[in-house]
Structure formats: structure tokens, C-alpha cells
Design a protein around this ligand. Structure first.
Ligand SMILES: C[S@@+](CC[C@H](N)C(=O)[O-])C[C@H]1O[C@@H](n2cnc3c(N)ncnc32)[C@H](O)[C@@H]1O
Length: 259
């Protein structure tokens, strides 16, 4: 992330799970599991979850028997992940760290970065640094599964103003307005969020924050991966590596192998 957005997930953490309550982390973990299995990475193997957030994937993967280590630079997200891990009675190692520089001094069988984590690495230097981190934690043949915003779809569909409502665990209503600004030169979308909490119909608070997200193109992804010691093994629509993505696919999944 760049441009003063370092703590962008700080406030966001308190709304994150309510806003993404309908995101099907179980299905996503099942997808991760099937891709890992296909590549011979079975439950019991070690998985590094970069930008793990509140543990949405880490917990179900740990439940399936993977030994998961999650890293996120937001202490608030990690705090929430710790609670979820405890509630689920699973074991997950969690660390606060920046994926552009963290070094855990151990290797993993696989790494994942789910829900556009790599798209939050907006500059070329940040993207390369994050990929160097991934590579430093894998042996040759180790795999890396991630997803990103896909340039052709972002440019064809154009980001739109969106309003979303959700219910927080305490019953408060959360309303999130997302106002995007597209920058075709830097390949970014700045999404300005206004998140308002209502109780009994009354507005309690509004938090404002802005996320800068980079969209990527297939050749560029392949090139960055090659420069970082990976081979791009597959690219497809999010959670579907059976066909190539096109302008319909805002999110793409990418599978890379360390070489
Ligand atoms: C959209 S959230 C996804 C979280 C989680 N993977 C999920 O699927 O719910 C992006 C996450 O990436 C983290 N993140 C972004 N850039 C990071 C960096 N350079 N180092 C560590 N974490 C980062 C944020 O703190 C945030 O938790």
C-alpha cells in the first residue's frame, strides 16, 4: 500500500467481519485446499498466509489440518484473527508484519495471499518486495496461490460507486459507501470508503478511509513472478483455474511455482 494508507485497515478491522459476513471463506478455503492437494501439498503441510486479515482462510485451513502461519501488518486484524482462532479451537501462528519485508527464517510448503492482498502492493517496488518475501519462504517447487484485480475487467467494467449494508455482531447496522477513482496510468483504483454505524435508526459514527488497489495484467504478473524466482503455473477467474480470464473477471486467481 502507499500514500499514507498504512493504517487503513486499523478502523476497517472493526467493521471487516460484518462487511464481509457474506463472503464464503469456507468455499474459498475448500478451493485453496483443492489447489494445494492437486500440487501434492496435503493437510499437515505448512502454509504461509500473507495478509491473513482476520483469519478468514487461516481458520478453515487449520481445521482441515494445515499448519498455518498468518502474517498481517494490521495489529487490529491480527487481534481479531487471534480471537477467531481461539473460538475455533485450532492452532494458527499469527504475526504482525509487513509482507514486503518480513522474514520468518523458515520455509513453508505453500504460501497464499487471498482477497487482493497483492493488489494492495501498488508500486512496482512494493510488488517485487512482497514477491521476494514469498520466495524467501518457499523451497524450489513450493507453490504460491494468490488473487488480484484483473486489468482488462477493471477497464472494461469501470469501478462504480457502491452502497452496502451489513449487520454487526452487536446488532448495529453498518452502511458502507464506496466511491472509486480510477487512475489508468498508475493502474490503481482509489476507493474512498465512508462507513457509518447506526443503532436504532440513529447514526452513531462515520469512519472515512481510502484504499489504493492496483489492477494487474497477465503478462505483467508473469513477468513480476519470473523476476522473483517463480513460474506462473495458471491464471483463471477467481477460484477457477480451468479457463483463462477475460473482461468479465474482475478478480483472478494465480498459481505460481517457485523455481
Ligand atoms: C482485503 S484484506 C484481505 C484479508 C484476508 N486475506 C481475507 O481474505 O480476509 C487485505 C489485507 O492485506 C493486509 N496487507 C496489505 N498490505 C500488506 C503488507 N504490505 N503487509 C502485511 N499485510 C498487508 C491488510 O492489512 C489486510 O488485512
Amino acid at each position: 500500500m502507499s500514500g499514507g494508507s498504512t493504517d487503513v485497515f486499523k478502523q476497517y478491522a472493526s467493521f471487516y467481519d460484518a462487511i464481509y459476513a457474506t463472503k464464503d471463506y469456507e468455499a474459498e478455503a475448500a478451493f485453496v485446499h483443492s489447489v494445494l492437494q492437486d500440487r501434492g501439498v496435503k493437510p499437515g503441510s505448512s502454509v504461509l498466509d500473507l495478509g491473513c486479515g482476520t483469519g478468514g482462510h487461516a481458520v478453515p485451513l487449520a481445521r482441515r489440518g494445515y499448519r498455518v502461519t498468518g502474517v498481517d501488518r494490521s495489529a487490529e486484524m491480527i487481534e481479531r484473527a487471534r480471537k477467531k482462532v481461539a473460538e475455533a479451537s485450532v492452532e494458527v501462528d499469527l504475526e504482525v508484519g509487513d509482507i514486503r519485508e518480513v522474514r520468518l527464517r523458515r520455509r513453508f510448503d505453500a504460501a497464499i495471499a487471498m482477497f487482493a492482498v497483492m493488489s494492495y502492493q501498488c508500486t512496482n517496488a512494493d510488488l517485487a518486495a512482497a514477491l521476494a518475501t514469498v520466495r524467501a519462504h518457499l523451497d524450489v517447487g513450493g507453490i504460491f496461490l494468490f488473487d488480484a484485480w484483473f486489468g482488462p475487467a477493471v477497464l472494461a467494467q469501470r469501478p462504480e460507486r457502491r452502497r452496502l449494508t451489513a449487520t454487526a455482531p452487536d446488532g448495529d447496522r453498518i452502511e458502507r459507501l464506496a466511491e472509486p477513482r480510477l487512475d489508468v496510468v498508475n493502474q490503481t483504483v482509489e476507493v474512498r470508503y465512508s462507513i457509518t454505524r447506526f443503532r436504532d435508526g440513529k447514526r452513531l459514527e462515520t469512519a472515512h478511509e481510502s484504499h489504493l488497489v492496483r489492477f494487474l495484467f497477465a503478462q505483467e504478473i508473469a513477468y513480476f513472478l519470473e523476476q522473483s524466482g517463480f513460474r506462473m503455473a495458471a491464471i483463471g477467474p477467481f477460484m477457477d483455474l480451468s479457463r483463462l480470464p477475460d473482461e468479465r473477471d474482475w478478480n483472478v486467481s494465480i498459481l505460481a511455482a517457485a523455481v
